[in-house]
Design a protein around this ligand. Sequence first.
Ligand code: DMJ
Length: 474
Amino acid sequence: MKTRCLALLIGLSGLAACATQPAPVAAAPEAPATAVAADATPMDDAEVARYADRVRAEALHAWQGYRRYAWGHDDLAPLTLKPHDWYAQSLLMTPVDALDTLILMGYGKEADEARKLIDTQLSFDQDISVSHFEVTIRLLGGLLSGYQLTRDPKLLALADDLATRMSPVFDTPTGLPWTKVNLRTGQVGGPISNPAETGTLLLEYGTLARLTGKQAYYDKAKRALVATFERRDPKTGLVGSAIDVRTGDWTDPSSHISGGIDSYYEYLWKCWKLFDDPDCLRMWEASAPAMNRYLADDVDGALWYGYANMHSGQRTESHYGALDAFLPGLLAYSGDIARASRLQDSGFRMWRLHGIEPEVLDYRKMEVVSPGYALRPEIVESTWYLHRLDGDPRWRRQGAAMFDDFVRYTRTDGGYAALRSVVTKEKTDRMESFVLAETFKYYWLLFAPKDAIDLDNVVLNTEAHPLQRVPATP
Ligand code: DMJ
């Protein structure tokens, strides 16, 4: 195959290479079972190589759109071909998020340009109040993986500076972090958080601790994760959707595996894989059974995960969507291939309903609840974990079918555009940085050589930034 893993070539160890909910939209007739059932014919090497090359070429198309129309800004607006920034100052979301994807795909010149832009232009000395969670997973994660792949000391220095500026968030009576922080003044705000925001920090802060020797980073992020876990309901073991970081009281008892909780579960398992921290394994082993008992929902033989009250375990909503679709990957990664496979087949059925997945689906009625598609990666991420871990050819077939639909419905002259509605296929002017960090990366990994990521030594954060295991210093 023509695609190559630059990380392999440069000999790095470890690396070889929320949704608003509008009124329900009328459902099109459910796709017939035959169309939903995945083709399981194995791909030959030539077909796999063709898909890898197409994904790689389309990723470059998206990057070149950013490069041409939005250079130095956070994102590309892919319809108006104008730059978009999250805050008053750009934080280079797309270049930082895309750097490791460009490196892995072997785009050396483009990666070098991105790295130089970051080195020379990115400053966190900005009077802006930012989302601690988003900046951690995208920027801290991206700077750390970029550093581990290039050994450019400026990237580690930027990560250390960013984490220092954000650290005031941890100063609460509970150890649960504030959701917002001003990068210049350290002023914090945003007292109502959720498990994803309080619990998706340890991979990034922990890796930074190992790389800098500053153990406090690890301890603060771990304390936040443990504080979330310890507030699970004592009867069901479930966590809720909203929590007050000042008191530790739940302000919304709705439990699910969707946005706002999703990556909390992810990091319980992944912090065990990355750091061998036995507390992480203990917390995962106490949490996964609760999720599987109360949130899993068997509907006519198909497996879904819906909503329940965290205190009673009673079912509330039968909703599943693009964000929830990470769970098959996590189930597979943690060893539960059987549940993972059944849930991924349900996710693919959701995709096939309108030829591309909606943000939220009512899986009992098979009706779209929230019709947007933000170019999210999760369902692709799950095909990659499943293919990587059980080798069933149907995962590549699902991924190939989804990639064909993705290109057909979301490609624009200047990049890729989110959909306002998967029913009408109307586009909207957003291309989030996670498209290059995650969506293209997971599509490419699905067709790339197995050693592109060494899963024994590398753990991908929730933004798909590959973090290498770093030994703890005594
Ligand atoms: C990404 O920023 C991360 O994957 C996060 O955990 C969830 N949402 C987006 C992608 O959909």
